[in-house]
Design a protein around this ligand. Sequence first.
Ligand code: ASP
Length: 369
Amino acid sequence: MRPLRATGRPWIVPLLLLLVTAVMALPALPHRAGGGTEPAAAAARDSGGGAPRPQARDVVLAVHGGAGTALRREDTDARTEKAYRDGLAAALRAGAKVLRDGGDSVAAVEAAVRVLEDDPLFNAGKGAVFTEDAGHELDASVMRGSDQAAGAVAGVRHVRNPVSAARLVMERTRHVMLAGEAADAFAARSGLTPVTQDYFWTQQRWDELMKAKGTRPAARTPGASTTGTVGAVALDTRRGLAAATSTGGMTNKMAGRVGDSPVVGAGTYAKNGNVAASATGQGEVFIRGAATATISHLMEFGGMDVAEAAHEVVIRRLPKLGGTGGVIALDSRGTYAAPHSSEGMLHGYATADGRIVTRVFPDEDDGGR
Ligand code: ASP
């Protein structure tokens, strides 16, 4: 082969060098431009007109009370609206207090989720939905972003606060998930007070089971939803992220069915410097789509910001797998996104300066879809 020099075109070498340099620089562009040219980011932006926007900034803690039918303005009375807002706000206050007192993000998400588990309005702990054989089987998980430690319980029947059992699995065992009777026994041995199944009973969830079985006409309970899982994400003063999720699952589920809530990477995920996320919706699809881990990976490896990544997963990818729902996602700078493909999602957040905001009607969401 003749050397290029001998072509009589001396400018060709610098030109080729310039081209090669330009091509090599291309993959780095999305990171610098915040996802500007990465194909999936561009696609996310195209849908629904414009780039997905975060719900809020300077957020230290956020909670959700489930996706689903949620509340409709037209058939929600003031008392029902207030009950849901109060429930979310009480959870936010409990978690924010932990952070204010110097507690870490794991303690904050546990405190927030416990409040929602104790509130019969939500499908976690007291108020959990029924299985097809009229029992209650609860799932929960927690993840710490600093070292990606995680703990979970699945199918527990006698734990009042499954999120605390999940934290004990994370902190006191060498495992990530315990299931069934042995998980109940572990929780009791670890000092959590056991409860009987009737502790979880509520009229609303019973009516929903009867409706699902077709034995009773739909009792239209305002705000009633067959979902209603709860979750929390938090960012502490050491920039530590954590996420937790707790649920009774889906009304009329088979006994033994485990959803996404206790599955790390599906219902719950946290990684410092990146994101904490908690999901709600049709669990099977969130597992198949590795929902919360995908949000994290799109941010870490795809150059997306938290709003773009959460939107991409919840609005674009999961519906293609046949499922709807939502996530709350918080990045390590306090940027908060809460997209949902379901009609609504109950959620709220607390900011660094002490503001508490609750969102119970779909039209209150700002850029969340
Ligand atoms: N994701 C939960 C489950 O499938 C249900 C929900 O979010 O309401 O168990």
